[in-house]
Design a protein around this ligand. Structure first.
Ligand code: ADP
Ligand code: MG
Length: 736
């Protein structure tokens, strides 16, 4: 290998050594940089077993010790009826001893030979999961590495031993060895931070940080290394966002200041309620930004029912008053259709521009979805292209090439998490100059997550609900304890319907043969949950209609129905012609039927916390008290029940969103679960806990990019930004 330069970007095979070729085959480890950024999942203290008291079965234990005794047993395997072998090795550490039990899967494998050769007195590292068996703790088939005899093993061994996740058959020791080799061979390690930032934050140089993240001598060194590398992660992620943000700031948009005596004023005059304080405040923020000559890039978050739609409609009207058009992008057909209905209802005669009896300065609302008939589509396309429609509502169909606008001034995206930056900009491309953008989300996002995921947007929050909102009481119905309680739930539905109200029944599946459709963000199946049959909409609806809800008008709604059926059912429900809507989570977002007062969620433990909160936001909207019943067969003492009780216990969406994120794996917070990696290139940084670091790195990154937008003076940072932008993860960072 003499003369071959090993750089950060070199393929991992450039390191040479015994294991590099094998490592190169692993996903996520392509370059030397990737390899070196594969950090240990923990460091174990030489000889420490003191932690044993605090551990429970299943915990990972790694420790250094000396073989005290080893005995081999043979026994008859019940299943294969062959002789099998068991090796029991007692390992002594400074502060205790632990039994290792090895079973031979195929005798005479290298592993087995190694284990049977564990001579008394040898020192090694042992790592495995703790199990309580025959009245004592033990590790079954632990990974082990023995130190060479005669090399003063214990003395030369570091106090802290790195333990890496073993992936693809590569052991922690092999990784350690290869990484160490790589760090020695690398003659330059990129520095993404400006020297001034390193100095003022008292951070380690990168190379030192990398050494200590792998092989620290002390916990303090490890902490310093983490501090530096976390900062790097935050800084690069924020640089990506800053770049995007500054790009937009540098572009020119048409100011849309509105017009006194126009549509907006006429709309305000006919509004049947007073705007909440929050709606006024946010409304002013938006109005001011629309009047500027840079595109607005704003995220509007607010509880379900906090009145975001009114705020966005007022923004749209200001743009129409300025001679422009607004597009409202909805995630589903059901929602797009409903937006059209409710916008037209709120606008009344103001939505009948150019029609007989319409208001003099009225406009029109056009709907464009994938399922429109040819004639309706032509009409809508013409109204968008000709400018007669001041407001165009649609689903993804709005993004198609043939959709043209006369003068698109504002794009409103409802429920951002289903649309990505790319879709936003696809719509933007339909405008002559970049349009203003307003993104709305009902999923409350903790500040740090907003800074990371939506870091290129400004944020407004509607934190109060309009007055006169009915209280929604949420109750957990544990049917494992008392099956009869389910009967009581149906009884409550009947009572509400008898009182003239309507009900939702939500299930997690469409038909019994399906996988669940709705549990993407539910925590992984808790161990308490034995497999069981889950309720399915298609099966449940007839059962209810013939059984406990006999005589009521029951209809089904789910995502696999043809769009015209969905629309028919939703319209009938909105018109009060259906008593009970049995549905999947398609009703999760935005559906607004004020007369619905009760919701029964079956298999509630199958839904995520935020999802349940969203679902129950569908009831109690009309000033009537609402009741949400979370039906579950989960263990009354298990973690699922804890989540459900949390949902029942608070209506604070931010609090619930926090609980939700804490329960999901951190990688999921940024929107996806990546095998072997985490979204956004984040390995050490926690978007929930590292608020101070993220905020500080954000400021520093903006400063650097403001002074040098093309990063000419920071080639290492430029390369890191490019890598993140290119990586699949960057895509997820945007698409969450
Ligand atoms: P969101 O989109 O935030 O979930 P909406 O805009 O759909 O909320 O509002 C929910 C309901 O509250 C709608 O029926 C709307 O007309 C009504 N609403 C909005 N703002 C107010 C207000 N200031 N006072 C009373 N009702 C309001
Ligand atoms: Mg809404």
């Amino acid at each position: 290998m003499v003369g071959v330069e090993v750089t950060w970007e070199s393929p991992v095979t450039a390191v040479g050594g015994k294991h590099a070729a094998k490592l190169a085959k692993l996903p996520g480890i392509a370059t030397v940089g990737d390899l070196v950024a594969t950090y240990p999942k923990q460091h174990v203290q030489k000889g420490s077993l003191s932690q044993l008291d605090e551990l429970t079965a299943g915990d990972l234990v790694s420790f250094v010790g000396e073989v005290a005794s080893a005995r081999q047993f043979s026994y008859q395997d019940k299943r294969t009826r062959r002789t099998a072998y068991r090796l029991e090795v007692r390992v002594r550490a400074e502060d205790g001893a632990l039994l290792m039990t090895y079973f031979d899967k195929a005798k005479h494998t290298a592993d087995w030979r190694l284990q049977t050769e564990l001579p008394v007195g040898r020192v090694g590292v042992f790592s495995g999961r703790l199990k309580w068996f025959r009245d004592e703790w033990q590790l079954t088939n632990p990974a082990s590495r023995l130190y060479e005899e005669g090399d003063d093993a214990v003395d030369t061994m570091p106090d802290l031993i790195p333990i890496y996740s073993s992936v693809g058959g590569i052991t922690t020791w092999q990784l350690e060895e290869t990484i160490e080799l790589a760090l020695t061979l690398l003659d330059r390690v990129p520095e993404v931070l400006p020297p001034a930032v390193v100095q003022s934050r008292d951070l380690l140089p990168t190379r030192q940080a990398l050494r200590w993240i792998h092989r620290p001598d002390t916990r303090a060194q490890k902490a310093m290394a983490e501090k530096r590398l976390k900062y790097d992660e935050a800084f690069v992620a924020q640089s990506v966002l800053a770049r995007r943000r500054l790009l937009v700031e540098g572009t020119v948009a048409n100011p849309r200041p509105g017009r006194p005596g126009g549509l907006l004023d006429a709309f305000d005059a006919r509004l049947p309620f007073a705007l909440t304080e929050g709606q006024v405040r946010v409304g002013e923020e938006i109005a001011e930004e629309l009047a500027r000559d840079h595109p607005m890039q704003r995220l509007l978050q607010g509880e379900v029912g906090s009145g975001k739609t009114v705020v966005s409609l007022r923004a749209m009207l200001q743009v129409v008053d300025s001679g422009g058009q607004a597009a409202l992008l909805a995630p589903t057909e059901v929602l797009a259709q409903q937006h059209q209905r409710s916008l037209e209802r709120m606008l009344g005669e103001l939505a009948q521009g150019g029609m007989l009896g319409g208001s003099e300065h009225g406009t029109r609302v056009a709907l464009l979805t994938g399922s429109l008939g040819a004639a309706a589509r032509r009409t809508a396309l013409a109204a968008a292209a000709g400018g007669e429609a001041g407001i165009v509502i649609g689903t993804h169909a709005l993004l198609e090439d043939r959709v043209q606008f006369a003068d698109l001034g504002l794009v409103v995206v409802d429920e951002q998490h289903r649309f990505g930056v790319e879709q936003r900009s696809a719509l933007g491309a339909k405008a002559g100059t970049p349009p203003h953008v307003l993104v709305m989300t009902a999923t409350p996002i903790p500040r740090t997550v907003a800074m990371t995921v939506f870091g290129d947007l400004d944020t407004s929050t509607l934190s109060e609900l309009p007055a006169g909102r009915g209280e929604v009481q949420t109750t957990v119905v544990p049917i494992r304890a008392r099956a009869a309680w389910l009967e009581r739930a149906w009884q409550r539905v009947r009572e509400e319907v008898a009182a003239g109200h309507q009900a939702y029944v939500v299930a997690s599946r469409i038909d019994p043969g399906d996988d669940e459709v709705s549990t993407a963000d539910a925590p992984a199946g808790a161990p308490e949950d034995a497999p069981r049959t889950l309720y399915a909409v298609d099966e449940l609806a007839p059962e209810l209609a013939e059984g406990p809800l006999a005589g009521l008008r029951v209809e089904v709604l789910h995502g696999r129905m043809p769009p015209e059926d969905k629309d028919r059912v939703m319209s009938a429900f909105a018109a009060g012609e259906v008593d009970v809507l049995v549905s999947t989570t398609v009703i999760e977002v935005g559906v607004d039927v004020p007369n619905a007062t009760v919701m029964v969620i079956l298999d509630a433990d199958r839904f995520g916390v935020s999802q349940l909160h969203q679902l129950r936001g569908r009831i109690g909207r009309g000033g009537h008290a609402g009741l949400c019943l979370l039906v579950t067969a989960a263990d009354p003492l298990g973690p699922s029940m804890e989540r459900l009780l949390a949902v029942a216990g608070t209506r604070d969406g931010f609090e619930l969103s926090r609980i939700d994120m804490e329960q999901r794996r951190e990688g999921n917070v940024l929107g996806t679960q990546q095998s072997g990696g985490r979204a956004g290139g984040l390995k050490l940084l926690s978007v929930l806990r590292d608020e101070a670091v993220i905020a500080d790195a954000r400021e520093a990154a903006f400063e650097v990019l403001r002074a040098d937008p093309a990063l000419v003076g920071s080639p290492d940072l430029a390369a890191a930004v490019r890598r993140l932008e290119d990586s699949e993860q960057a895509e997820y960072l945007e698409m969450t």
